[in-house]
Ligand binder design. Structure first.
Ligand code: AMP
Length: 444
């Protein structure tokens, strides 16, 4: 199938061609006809699948062919969980809409509201926003959502995880009942289905496989190693293999900061990116990373979610995520756009239960390599996983569900270097007694 087969107009096809896209990705091939037909859509697709163009292209087509129902008001609202994702979606809208006379605006928190008010006043067709700041604008009457014809909830699962449900409900009360709604989510949890039931009318379901769960393009490896030696092992891997553009995942903001500092001390240029960083610092870090001025970006899950970094060669899980699906999201940062990628996980004894959950989700074991000098010490006992300072967990939060406790996991026998395709045989699935509190880059 080609983009021309999808019936997109010449201006859009030209913009796509300039981006170098030759054929639609699976989510685009499935979603675009549904959106063009005016139907509601519930799509399971994550970042890396081309989902943004999957909704942006047909929306541009619809807007440029249909006259506006209400003049001077935004016609499309795209809600995203994070500032980074909002910025990336808006950039995509600008790119794909380059040859069309449509106006876009970007609204998110953490930056001055003045320029946003100015942009809104100038008239906007497509508004991309995070929920908190959007409601601030509504409160100040600087935006009127009564002309919305199409509503997109992007990464809806993440918005719910981040506690945006009340904000979303407030927004829903402000947009017209008669509209087209497109909901994108990495997973269809019960919570997402609940939201969709109240929101979508006779939706068409579209699902594509998590891009990298099965992709041969990504080499996945686990390095069993003691917690205290992870940092040295990471430095060794980066140095020995001359890795550039390494995205490293940490569970906590504090951990991300400390690791970035230590890497810099070891002469590996690194920056941390997480919700406590100012918008300016995050944008700068991302730009430096993309332009290869920075070698390593150390990120928390929320901050990394939605980052559009093309052809990222290396992803390192310095710590495994509490939720197995997050592993798939993380490694989805590599092996994109037809290039091969490496996903490496440094796994200590405390994390063997998490590793087992991940392998169960992937339905395959991940290759283990023990490096000489980094053999796990068999006398070290597993401890509950530390998730950093966080006070209390919201009920129903999805990560770190179990009460936790001490875990006795097996460690591969010292020896060098070992390779085995077998998942750990034992190991209590308990996941530690603290849970990940997703407190990343909220939209306010
Ligand atoms: P997304 O899942 O929307 O974050 O898109 C992931 C990446 O795929 C982005 O860098 C897009 O520019 C790229 N992309 C989107 N559609 C296509 C396509 N049809 N062919 C090649 N690359 C694409």
């Amino acid at each position: 199938m080609s983009f021309t087969d999808l019936g997109l107009r010449a201006e859009i096809l030209r913009a796509i061609a300039e981006e170098g896209y030759t054929e639609p990705t699976p989510i685009q091939a499935k979603a675009i006809p549904v959106v063009l037909a005016g139907r509601d859509l519930m799509a399971a697709a994550q970042t890396g699948t081309g989902k943004t163009a999957g909704f942006t292209l047909p929306i541009l087509q619809l807007l440029s062919t249909k006259p506006a129902a209400a003049r001077g008001k935004p016609r499309v609202l795209v809600l995203t969980p994070t500032r980074e994702l909002a910025a990336q979606v808006e950039e995509s809208v600008r790119t794909y809409g380059h040859f069309l006379p449509l106006k876009t605006a970007l609204v998110f928190g953490g930056v001055g509201i003045g320029p946003q008010i100015k942009a809104l006043k100038a008239g906007v067709d497509i508004l991309v926003a995070t929920p908190g700041r959007l409601l601030d604008h509504v409160g100040q009457r600087t935006v009127d959502l009564s002309g919305i014809e199409i509503l997109v909830l992007d990464e809806a699962d993440r918005m719910l995880d981040m506690g945006f449900i009340h904000d979303i409900k407030k927004v829903l009360a402000l947009v017209p009942k008669q509209k087209q709604t497109l909901l994108f989510s990495a997973t269809f949890s019960d919570e997402i289905r609940g939201l969709a039931n109240g929101l979508l009318r006779d939706p068409q379901l579209v699902e594509v496989a998590p891009r990298n769960a099965t992709a041969d393009l990504v080499t996945q490896r686990v390095y069993p190693v003691d917690k205290a030696k992870k940092r040295d092992l990471l430095i060794k891997l980066i140095d020995d293999h001359h890795w550039h553009q390494v995205l490293v995942f940490m569970r906590t903001k504090h951990g991300a900061n400390t690791l970035a500092e230590k890497l810099n001390k070891a002469d590996i240029s690194a920056a941390a990116i997480h919700g406590n960083k100012s918008q300016g610092a995050r944008t700068r870090a991302l730009a430096d990373f993309k332009s290869m001025k920075l070698n390593v970006l150390v990120a928390t899950d929320i901050a990394a979610r939605g980052l559009d970094i093309d052809q990222l060669p290396h992803v390192v899980n310095f710590e495994l995520p509490n939720v197995p699906e997050d592993y798939v999201h993380r490694i989805g940062r590599t092996g994109r756009a037809g290039s091969s990628g490496h996903a490496v996980s440094l796994v200590c004894i405390d994390e063997l239960g998490l590793l087992r959950d991940i392998e169960r989700l992937l339905k395959k074991p991940i290759e283990k390599i023990v490096l000489p000098g980094f053999e796990p010490d068999p006398s070290i006992r597993a401890e509950p996983i530390e998730n950093g300072k966080r006070s209390g967990q919201r009920p129903g939060q999805r990560s770190g569900q179990s009460k936790g406790g001490q875990r006795q996991g097996n460690v591969p026998k010292p020896g060098a270097p070992q390779r085995s395709g077998k998942p750990p045989q034992r190991g209590n699935p308990a996941r530690g007694n603290a849970s990940q509190h997703h407190s990343g880059s909220r939209g306010r």
